[in-house]
Design a protein around this ligand. Structure first.
Ligand code: CDP
Length: 254
């Protein structure tokens, strides 16, 4: 294959120039990082699993009318996506207290919240993605007030979909992070879901046992991360056939 132009390399993914203008190829690496890349490892098969899982969620979201950047999966590790102007925010939706929220408010992890809570962090690794109020976002011009309202609506739709899909396979969606991008239709900006949705960016707990099936397994040394992601993929019926890791009775999904 001809060498492709690298557009951006992040911690878990690489973006290459796409096949047509306005598209990019998103490559999922096996690299796992936590605590702002202080902890690093290569988890064989993680990229393949996340490529499949993100495809599965994005296709499902599109089917219920949520616009996403996903165009098609190209191969085991790559998908074609629409190029967007990334809004520099990490949009976090929480259904149960966990992680930084539990710490900040002294809450026990797993405590149900009165309603889903959407919060914004400024996307900047060197600052550790600090939590920011809407006032900052508007003042610094990262997004308009209208865009923030649209982002909250989008995030809550993603939450309803993801919570339902996960509940159907015995998993509780504790929280997750999404990123949103701007696309231009003629002169009008429109927001679409970008980046990925995978166990790297969600907290997923088994409803029966409380077993963690997400990146906390890596962050907190709770076992084998690929096993946990494989379990999620298996339950959803999206296990790729030739993942070398623990491939017990794989199901072929085209
Ligand atoms: O994960 P951590 O405790 O640092 O932060 P959090 O604010 O409690 O994270 C909430 C959710 O967003 C978790 O599911 C994280 O995995 C996800 N997240 C992410 O994917 N990327 C970030 N930079 C921050 C949070």
């Amino acid at each position: 294959m001809a060498r492709r132009k690298l557009v951006y390399e992040g911690k878990a993914k690489i973006l290459y120039e796409g096949t047509e203008p306005g598209t990019l190829i998103q490559y999922f690496k096996d690299d796992a990082t936590a605590f702002n890349a202080e902890k690093k490892a290569v988890i064989e098969g993680k990229g393949v699993l996340n490529n499949r899982l993100s495809e599965y969620f994005m296709v499902g979201l599109q089917a219920i009318g949520v616009p996403t950047h996903f165009i098609k999966r190209i191969n085991m590790r790559e998908q074609l996506i629409r190029q967007v102007e990334i809004i520099p925010l990490e949009v976090i939706v929480r259904n149960y207290a966990a992680g930084t929220m539990a710490k900040r408010l002294g809450m026990e992890e797993g405590t149900a919240l009165p309603r889903p809570i959407v919060e914004f962090s400024y996307k900047d690794d060197s600052l550790g993605d600090p939590l920011v109020p809407e006032e900052y976002i508007a003042a610094f011009g990262w997004a308009t007030q209208q865009e923030m309202d649209d982002i909250v609506s989008l995030a809550l739709r993603v939450n309803d979909f993801m919570s339902g899909v996960m509940y159907g396979v015995g998993i509780k969606l504790i929280d997750f992070k999404i990123e949103v991008g701007r696309v231009w239709d003629n002169e009008y900006p429109r927001l679409i879901l970008a980046d990925e949705i995978s166990p790297d960016s969600c907290r997923l707990w088994d409803i029966e046992t409380g077993r963690k099936l997400d990146k906390d397994v890596f962050r907190r040394d709770l076992g084998d991360l690929a096993d946990a992601y494989t379990e999620v993929a298996k339950r959803l019926g999206v296990l790729p056939t030739n993942v070398t890791h623990n491939p017990t009775k794989p199901t072929l999904i085209n």
